[in-house]
Design a protein around this ligand. Structure first.
Ligand code: CA
Length: 243
């Protein structure tokens, strides 16, 4: 089959991606609507939280773009309600506030990503594409960083063929780091995900757990994978020449 024919076929098979935008400010929703429509997404707009919840129950959306500040129900509560209703649709939250606490709160209520207003449409588009890609990847595929392999299905971890026994918390911590491989995760993010606690006095606990984890996955002579990033948090990544 020629490349052109293949492309045409995939266009025919592909269902339109259906996105719900929950935003009461016409200026912002018009911008998003125009951009998404130009990219051939199918777009619905809800101007209130109540309307958004009704639409999510009635339609199977591929993605939600959810503003925090709405006239009735705030975005955090909508997010929580969508999740407790059993919907796993990817959610991107928008907020005029860039506070770390808001970001953590958004992610903790079940949002998948968080974007601060004002934003460039190109940035929004990139985030949407990343979320759609992630949603269509099975979350149970093995995670690999260099020679370290974590298998979510069997909950096992190996490095260079060596089986590594982890406690449930250590496993959750490693899985979280590996799902964000190459990106710094902050201590508040770790606290929320692994301990389901709000970040306050957990700083030492997290550092202790990171040390335990590192002793298990990085034997003497093995390249380091987990790195502390001063003032930010931790990252797991492929070894680099400068390590
Ligand atoms: Ca708004």
């Amino acid at each position: 089959m020629s490349a052109l024919a293949a492309e045409r076929l995939s266009d025919e098979i592909m269902m339109p991606v259906h996105i719900l935008v929950v935003e009461d400010e016409p200026k912002v929703s018009d911008l998003i609507h125009k951009g998404l429509t130009d990219e051939h997404f199918q777009v619905d707009i809800a101007r209130t939280g109540a309307r958004a919840l009704a639409m999510v129950d009635a339609t199977s959306y591929d993605l939600l773009i959810l503003d925090v500040m709405l006239p009735d129900i705030d975005g955090f509560d909508i997010c929580r309600a969508v999740r407790s209703g059993g919907h796993s649709v990817p959610i991107l939250m928008l907020s005029a506030r860039s506070l770390v606490e808001d970001r953590v709160r958004g992610l903790n209520t079940g949002a998948d990503d968080y974007l601060t207003k004002p934003f460039d449409y190109a940035e929004l588009s990139a985030r949407i594409r990343a979320l759609l890609r992630r949603a269509h990847e099975p979350s149970l595929i093995p995670l690999v960083v260099a020679d370290l392999v974590l298998e979510p299905v069997t909950r096992t971890v190996h490095r260079r063929g060596r089986r590594i026994d982890l406690t449930p918390k250590e496993f959750a911590l490693l899985e979280y780091l590996m799902r964000h491989a190459g990106h710094v995760v902050t201590r508040p993010m770790i606290a929320e995900y692994v301990w389901d606690f709000t970040w306050d006095r957990l700083t030492n606990v997290i550092d202790v757990f990171i040390n335990h984890l590192r002793k298990k996955i990085e034997l003497p002579g093995e390249p380091r994978l987990v790195h502390a990033v001063r003032g930010a948090g931790y990252v797991i990544r492929e070894p680099q020449a400068t390590d």
